[in-house]
Design a protein around this ligand. Structure first.
Ligand code: ARG
Length: 275
């Protein structure tokens, strides 16, 4: 089945210079080697499958010295002809911003930058479904960043704002995902009780991912295309729960990417906004 909104574009960046050379989240350990050939194959399988499923993919050129660029979902917020360029919390990822600015200008986007002091790590800390958004307050994006997002995309209606108290869930994209308009899957391990309550109040249906699915597979960091869920891996229980809702889970092992702290969803930057 083709994706629900095949008119929307997705951007990705090949893992040419991908590596774990610093540690800015607890998943990263520079002393553990990354198999870069395997990372390539893992990334390629994901984008090839997305292409097969009808996603309109575009690519940004990688840049040496930016080992986290493969996680293009953090690059900014893309909406129609405009791109709100991310500003990162840590200096390690700062050089990416200038490259995104230039790259998105080159592909014809109008590029908007964040005001001084605002931090926004793209879709890392924002979950968008149509006109609805969930915001994540953790170690990365800040209130000034979200305020800039509100000005950039005034059509967005924030239905929940949650805290991310556990550093393993340093981005909202590691803890929350819309499966469809009515359904959110979340990692209770990475949220506060108030955050869980806010999400449950905001959508009709929620699925709490198990410890295994969250810690072994970063289950909430999955890509949803129509009824297809591309995910690092899954328990039988998760497969059954999603199956009952009509979703097919497809395993895309992302061992090398998880060494950087991300899984499949961080690899792509989907356009947001009205089709
Ligand atoms: N190493 C990257 C970082 O810590 C991984 C980012 C993955 N992206 C994500 N949305 N979780 O920033």
């Amino acid at each position: 089945m083709p994706p629900r909104r095949a008119t929307h574009r997705y951007f990705a960046c090949p893992p040419t210079f991908y590596d774990v050379t610093y540690a800015i989240n607890p998943w990263m350990d520079p002393s553990v080697p990354v198999d870069r050939d395997l990372a390539w194959r893992q990334w390629t399988r994901v984008v090839a499958r997305m292409d097969e499923l009808g996603a309109r993919l575009h690519f940004i050129a990688p840049k040496a010295g930016c080992p986290d660029m493969v996680f293009l979902g953090d690059a900014g917020i893309l909406c129609g002809s405009r791109f709100l360029c991310s500003r990162f919390r840590f200096p390690e990822r700062e050089p990416e911003s200038a490259h995104y600015l230039e790259s998105f200008l080159t592909v014809g986007q109008e590029v908007i930058t964040l005001p001084e002091g605002a931090v926004l790590e793209g879709l890392g800390d924002v979950c968008v479904q149509g006109e609805r958004a969930i915001l994540g307050y953790g170690p990365r994006s800040n209130a000034a960043g979200f305020a800039a997002l509100g000005r950039f995309a005034p059509f967005l209606r924030v239905i929940a704002e949650v805290e991310l108290p556990d550093p393993r869930f340093y981005h909202l994209a590691t803890a929350v995902v819309f499966l469809d308009d009515d359904t959110v899957m979340y990692a209770p391990q990475g949220l506060t009780p108030a955050g869980v309550a806010a999400i449950r109040a905001a959508v009709p249906r929620t699925i709490a991912a198990s410890d295994h699915d969250v810690f072994a597979h970063q289950a909430c960091n999955c890509i949803v295309l129509g009824k297809h869920v591309l995910i690092d891996g899954y328990s039988q229980q998760l497969q059954a729960e999603l199956g009952e809702l009509g979703f097919t889970v497809e395993a895309f092992p992302a061992s090398e990417l998880k060494k950087g702290g991300g899984s499949v969803r961080c690899l792509v930057l989907p356009e947001i906004g009205p089709s």
